[in-house]
Ligand binder design. Structure first.
Ligand SMILES: [Zn+2]
Length: 205
C-alpha cells in the first residue's frame, strides 16, 4: 500500500468505529475513494450537520437537534404526553426498546452506569430525572438498566434518589439474563422483561 497520510488517517479513524477493524476500514476507504461524488461528498455533509446540530439533551439525555429545547415538564423531543419514564443507560438501549415497540412512554438516558470506568454519579442524569418526575405528572418510572453489577448498582441508586417522590418504581425482571445488556437482547426477551417488571417501592399502585 502507498503511504498517503490523508488515507492513512481516514483508515485509522474508521477502524475506531464499532465492529470495524483495519481490514474493513481499508475496504470502506477504497469504496469511498471510488465513489467521491455519490458517497464522500454527502457523507462529509451529513457528518458536518450532525456535528453542528445534534447533541444530547441535558435534561432527558435524548439526542436532539439544536432547534429543540426540552424543559422538565415537557419533553419536546417526544412531542407527546406520557405518564411513564423508562430509564436506560445509553442511547443504544433506548433504540433497542423503541424498535421493539413494546413500550410507549418517555425515555430517560442516564449516560452510563455509576461504576463504569471514570463515571461518577454526578456525571449521570439522575438529578434531572427526579425533577422530571416531580414536575411532569409521572406515575411510573421503569428501571431498564442492564442485569450487570454496574447496571443494578445504578438502578438501586436511581431508586434511592426517587424515594421522596410518590412515583411507582418498577424494574425489568424475568427474561433478563444475568449479565445481559439491554441493547443486546432480542425483542422476545425484552417483551417478557417489560411485561414482568416488578414493583420496587410501596408508595402507590
Ligand atoms: Zn430532553
Amino acid at each position: 500500500m502507498q503511504n498517503i497520510s490523508e488515507i492513512e488517517e481516514l483508515i485509522k479513524l474508521i477502524s475506531r468505529l464499532p465492529g470495524l477493524g483495519p481490514k474493513s476500514a481499508k475496504r470502506i476507504v477504497l469504496k469511498l475513494i471510488n465513489n467521491r461524488d455519490e458517497l464522500v461528498k454527502p457523507l462529509a455533509k451529513a457528518l458536518a450537520e450532525v456535528y453542528k446540530n445534534i447533541s444530547r439533551c441535558k435534561i432527558c439525555g435524548l439526542l436532539k437537534s439544536s432547534s429543540v429545547e426540552c424543559s422538565y415538564d415537557n419533553c419536546s423531543i417526544v412531542g407527546k404526553k406520557y405518564d411513564k419514564i423508562c430509564v436506560v443507560e445509553n442511547i443504544s438501549d433506548q433504540w433497542s426498546i423503541e424498535s421493539s415497540s413494546i413500550y410507549q412512554g418517555y425515555f430517560h438516558i442516564l449516560g452510563g452506569t455509576i461504576s463504569s470506568v471514570g463515571q461518577k454519579k454526578e456525571d449521570l442524569l439522575i438529578h434531572s430525572l427526579v425533577e422530571r418526575v416531580n414536575k411532569d405528572n409521572i406515575e411510573e418510572v421503569i428501571l431498564a438498566t442492564s442485569a450487570t453489577v454496574e447496571g443494578q448498582t445504578t438502578a438501586y441508586y436511581v431508586q434511592d434518589s426517587l424515594k421522596n417522590t410518590k412515583v411507582k418504581i418498577t424494574k425489568l425482571a424475568q427474561g433478563l439474563p444475568v449479565g445481559g445488556e439491554i441493547e443486546s437482547l432480542d425483542d422476545g426477551t425484552l417483551f417478557s422483561a417489560f411485561k414482568n417488571r416488578s414493583k420496587l417501592n410501596s408508595n402507590s399502585d
